[in-house]
Design a protein around this ligand. Sequence first.
Ligand code: C5P
Length: 225
Amino acid sequence: MKKPVIAIDGFSSTGKSSISKIIAKKLGIVHLDTGALYRGITWFALQNCVDENDNINLSELFKSFHLIELEFKKEDEELVLFLNHINIAKEIRSNEVSENVSLVAKQKEVRDFLLDAQRLIAKNGGVIMDGRDIGTVVLPDADFKFFLTASIDERTKRRYSELLSLKIEADETKVKENLIERDRIDSEREISPLRQAEDAIVIDNTNMTKSQTIESILQYLTKIN
Ligand code: C5P
């Protein structure tokens, strides 16, 4: 039997990735954090395509796509992203990447570059993919779609603790500003904006623990099956 394709979209720091990771393990399917792809491209741009003011030079980035080799390695049912053979898991969580990623992700060239790779992974089923446009654009025919949301203060708290646990220096006010700004750019962009798919199940997890959110998603998955 074909394993399910599950799309999880939502605002920044609603726990999409960590929740998807656990659900993937429980169901024996693969998890793909698509935000990591956009962060990876942004990290590459910050290393290789900046102008004299250290701002990303987008046309330089678009000309450099052929130099970017993205590779997923399966580790414990999880896909870990390597860019040009480097594991950049920690680097892509830096403040610099967070501050630039939404501007990079709104570019049509960047989205086109990443679209096929995401679809290819879901081709044979058995995947839970989290992002902003999975249920609407990347996998509109997903078997299950969820949209996660939570209050900005709760999301700030979560991102701030995540950064501290990664030993990345953080200022809570700046973290909050970055979340608001990213959600604004992500929602207002022309191509594949952050939007709830019409057929998505919405979960506001402001007052829910991670386990409660996972339980709620698993209940939907088994109820409908
Ligand atoms: O999920 P995460 O917060 O790591 O995503 C970082 C950024 O990548 C988002 O703010 C958004 O700009 C972009 N993104 C996107 N589409 C996706 C996943 C992430 O535009 N499917």
